[in-house]
Design a protein around this ligand. Structure first.
Ligand SMILES: NC(=O)c1ccc[n+]([C@@H]2O[C@H](COP(=O)([O-])OP(=O)(O)OC[C@H]3O[C@@H](n4cnc5c(N)ncnc54)[C@H](O)[C@@H]3O)[C@@H](O)[C@H]2O)c1
Length: 493
């Protein structure tokens, strides 16, 4: 398979559009195909709705989404794409025929991943001449934010297909989970459906409404699920003896049985009860309004978990390290010319950096400059390994000058100058510019101290990093000293 540049989106509904947005944010070209009326416009509108969340989480580098191609000719898509993600309706006959059609036009080694929620890949690949390239890549809604992708191979799927798809999904910042045995509904949907079915019995029997059931989740066990899942949670619930004690205490209840297992009949009355209950719970807000709120909440949860390096927060942190490591010119090598000043970091203003006036808050300038310092650290070799070794720089003094306001989604670029260096200290200066107009927006002058985090005291910079910093210092020595440096605040009389 050639390098993946263009992702083919087959079926551009809720899930297909989510894949398209995620792939675009990661710099892939996207071509879409969908037989529905106005499908191209609908796809573009859905990508636009997803984009604010992608800007907010820091993946989208532009304030608006890049253009996509849309075609009504499946052959054109199969020829233009390097990887096909199929998200057509959940119907085995339809998917089987669709994959056979794609198979007739695509190069033999191109992967077809189906987003199916529970169909067997062996059945989807049955009419393909190259069944070895067909697999399941099952995502979760909203695909542009949630990291999980379940990978399931069919009887004829090759190991190489799963491996290459795994590598591709990781470039999208996803957490891949290989379901080792081909089973219907895979792992997550089997669990989700069990809970959904049980809720339907409860609603059918008039015990609770959809809103009450949702409350029973979100104020209680739902809060734990996002970072510990069920098994780790129950292990903790067993006290010092963990799961063994928990099994002893609650295991017998499994036989009572508390749950019903068989699905209730989907009578019109039951469907009405569920739909009415969900509409009552949604209140006056539309699905689109709830989607925006859901995205904000998901980003908040993932960013919170990021600081604890757990679950989806760990995926976010690992992906961030990979992306930063991939950027060009991010690490100094002996003999490199060092730019004066360095231009290592660019970003867009994130919505959570904004205050009630619609502009960046004071705290967010520090955060943005912090990312600028992080880019400098990586350039000179201070990465996860360096920190794991117990060494880092701590900021001991900052001075920020603000020149112009800037609002959500506007592009930013940063330059960095080293003003001074000794074996334990570094004096730096960052400038923040508007990415389009080039206007100077803010500057910061900072003193950083190199520390041994275990001993909690200053210590000499390790030799390789010191060498890189000296090379930067040598290149920056002759630069003019910015007028903001050493500025003293005072009211002149
Ligand atoms: N909605 C979810 O939460 C979710 C989550 C994970 C996976 N999935 C799976 O993703 C797939 C798509 O689900 P969705 O929720 O996006 O559905 P959807 O109804 O929102 O979108 C389906 C799209 O497929 C198009 N379509 C119709 N016939 C087609 C054909 N013959 N070939 C190609 N496209 C065709 C429709 O025009 C529509 O745009 C399904 O397999 C579903 O099981 C859904």
């Amino acid at each position: 398979m050639s390098e993946i540049k263009t992702v083919g989106i087959v079926g551009a509904g809720v899930i297909g559009a989510g894949w398209a947005a995620r792939a675009l944010a990661r710099g892939y070209d996207v071509i879409g195909w969908d037989p529905g009326p106005n499908a191209g416009e609908i796809l573009r509108a859905k990508i636009e709705n997803a984009w604010p969340a992608l800007v907010k989480i820091g993946w989208a580098k532009t304030a608006t989404p890049p253009a996509i191609r849309f075609t009504t000719d499946i052959k054109e898509l199969a020829e233009a794409a390097d990887f096909i993600q199929e998200s057509a309706p959940e119907n085995i006959e339809l998917k089987r025929k669709l994959h056979a059609d794609l198979d007739a036009h695509a190069s033999a080694d191109m992967i077809f991943a189906s987003s199916s929620s529970g169909l067997l890949p062996s059945e989807i690949q049955a009419d393909c001449k190259h069944p070895e390239r067909v697999m399941i890549g099952h995502p979760f809604n909203p695909v542009y934010l949630l990291p999980l992708c379940e990978l399931v191979g069919g009887a004829k799927t090759s190991k190489g297909t799963i491996e290459r798809a795994d590598a591709f999904y990781k470039t999208l910042g996803m957490h891949t989970l290989h379901v080792r045995k081909e089973v219907e509904a895979y792992l997550s949907d089997r669990l989700q459906e069990a809970m959904w079915r049980e809720g339907m019995h409860i609603i059918n029997e008039g015990i609770a409404t959809p809103g009450e059931l949702d409350a029973s989740i979100v104020y209680g066990f739902g809060l734990r699920l996002a970072f510990m899942g069920q098994y780790k949670t129950f292990h903790l619930a067993g006290g010092n003896q963990g799961m063994r004690h928990f099994m002893k205490q609650f295991g017998p209840a499994l036989k009572l049985p508390w749950t019903k297992l068989e699905a209730p009949d989907l009578t019109d009355e039951l469907i009405d009860k569920i739909v009415d209950g969900c509409e009552a719970e949604a209140g006056d807000s539309t699905v689109e309004e709830w989607e925006l709120l859901r995205d904000d909440c998901l980003i908040g949860i993932m960013q919170t978990l990021r600081q604890f390096n757990i679950a989806s927060g760990k995926t976010l942190a690992d992906d961030e390290a990979t992306q930063l490591g991939k950027q060009e010119h991010t690490s100094w090598r002996e003999g490199d010319d060092v730019a004066a000043p360095l231009a290592l970091y660019s970003s867009a203003v994130q919505p959570n950096w904004i205050d009630y006036n619609g502009h960046m808050t004071e705290a967010s300038y520090l955060e943005a400059f912090g990312w600028g310092s992080d880019a400098l650290f990586r350039y000179v070799g201070i990465d996860e390994d360096y920190r794991a070794n117990g060494n880092s720089f701590y900021t001991v003094e900052s001075h920020i000058n603000y020149f112009q306001e800037v609002g959500t989604g506007e592009p930013l670029r940063f330059t960095t100058q080293i003003l001074g260096l000794d074996e334990k200290r570094m004096h730096i200066f960052h400038s923040m510019y508007h990415g389009q107009s080039g206007d100077l927006l803010a500057t910061t002058e900072q003193m950083l101290l190199h520390v041994d985090m275990n001993a909690q005291r200053a210590c000499p910079i390790l030799p390789d990093v010191y060498k890189a910093l000296q090379a930067v210092m040598a290149s920056h020595e002759d630069m003019a000293r910015p007028e903001q440096v050493g500025h003293q605040m005072q009211i002149k009389s």
